[in-house]
Write a protein that binds this ligand. Structure first.
Ligand code: NDP
Ligand code: MG
Length: 329
């Protein structure tokens, strides 16, 4: 493999010893990362709002908690682990005025920096450590004595130590046990958006729903349709993730293999690739970022409408009933 993978021996936790690390936000990533860094022997303070849920959660988890401005004051590393749409406002009002010169501003996703929702001062390091997993997995894998793979990036190296700090944080999360790859903010942000829009979150749900609707419209029982196009998806994806495409093809019947290989182009084809290319262009041109930041201003009104429509789909109702039947008591 051409890309260098960083492991434990490439990172030195000592450069963070005695430094103050402020973790701003205590949600999916914030909680997992704050706890891992704390368990790795680092001095962590969580920045939260006093009237929010996170405040009590972080204190009952045994961590130091402070309001965001106080957490940022004097911190050597400020980890911005707030929802992407909240970051610009909190940064401007509570982080920027209190940010120490030379401190590292850290992100878990390149969105805010790439699309210039946040423009940090030149005197600060700007780095990213992006675990390629939901927070829960970050924590669980750490507790198992390992870590999830992460991407690191340096956008601004004011101190000359930015990359070492990013690697040390990745080590504190356990990620250097699994492997850490270097990227840049733009590559991470745009590829991540593309993946979630075209393939993972957007693509997969559209594929499932199209398959479900086709079967149900043709008169099949919704329960049967659910099993065929949704329930079994995980089994197939697990095979692909564990051993690649050929491992999956080898594990299903020859009938499934022949049918799948001869019919799939009818569903996903040059037309779909053209649409994917357009999705990528809109991401790279900033069109998507603009649309998404417009959405913040209307309090996610359109997203909430789409979310409601999605929740009312038949596949959701059927799924709820079926999953309840098979729940282990
Ligand atoms: P969450 O939605 O889980 O963040 C919730 C946290 O943000 C809570 O602590 C909440 O506090 C706080 N918060 C929300 N609004 C405000 C506000 N106005 N002022 C102060 N605090 C606020 O975020 P994620 O962990 O999902 O995402 C964080 C970053 O990590 C993002 O950049 C995301 O792209 C990235 N990322 C996320 C992954 C994931 O698994 N979800 C994977 C990889 C990267 P309170 O309890 O007070 O409401
Ligand atoms: Mg992603």
């Amino acid at each position: 493999m051409a890309t260098k993978i960083y492991h434990d021996s490439d990172a030195d936790l000592n450069i963070l010893k005695g430094k103050k690390i402020a973790v701003i936000g205590y949600g999916n990533q914030g909680r997992a990362q704050a706890l891992c860094l704390h368990d790795s022997g680092l001095d962590v303070v969580v920045g939260a709002r006093r009237n929010g849920e996170s405040w009590g959660q972080a204190s009952s988890d045994g961590l130091k908690v402070a309001e965001i401005p106080a957490a940022v004051k004097g911190a050597d590393v400020v980890m911005v682990l707030l929802p992407d749409e909240v970051q610009p406002g909190v940064y401007k009002q509570q982080i920027a005025p209190n940010l120490k010169e030379g401190a590292a501003l850290e992100f878990a996703h390149g969105f805010a920096i790439t699309f210039k929702c946040i423009a940090p001062p030149a005197k600060n390091d700007v780095i990213m450590v992006a675990p390629k997993s939901p927070g829960r997995m970050v924590r669980q894998t750490y507790l198992e004595g390992f870590g999830v793979p992460s991407l690191i990036a340096v956008q601004q190296d004011a101190t000359g130590k930015a990359k070492q700090v990013a690697l040390a944080l990745a080590k504190g999360l356990g990620s250097t046990k699994a492997g850490v790859l270097e990227t840049d903010f733009r590559e991470e942000a745009t590829s991540d958006l593309f993946g979630e829009q075209a393939v993972l979150c957007g693509g997969v749900t559209a594929l499932i729903e199209a398959g479900f609707e086709t079967l149900v419209k043709a008169g099949y029982k919704p329960e049967i349709a659910y099993f065929e196009v949704l329930h079994e998806l995980k089994l197939i994806v697990d095979l692909i993730q564990a051993g690649g495409m050929m491992h999956m093809w080898d594990s299903v019947s020859n009938t499934a293999e022949f049918g799948g290989l001869t019919r799939r182009d009818a569903v996903i084809n040059d037309e779909s690739k053209k649409a994917m290319k357009k999705i990528l262009e809109d991401i790279n041109s900033g069109k998507f970022a603009k649309e998404w930041s417009e959405e913040w201003k209307v309090d996610l009104k359109n997203m909430k409408r789409l979310e409601k429509e999605e929740s009312e789909k038949q596949v959701e109702a059927v799924g709820k009933d079926i999953r309840a039947l098979f729940e282990r008591k």
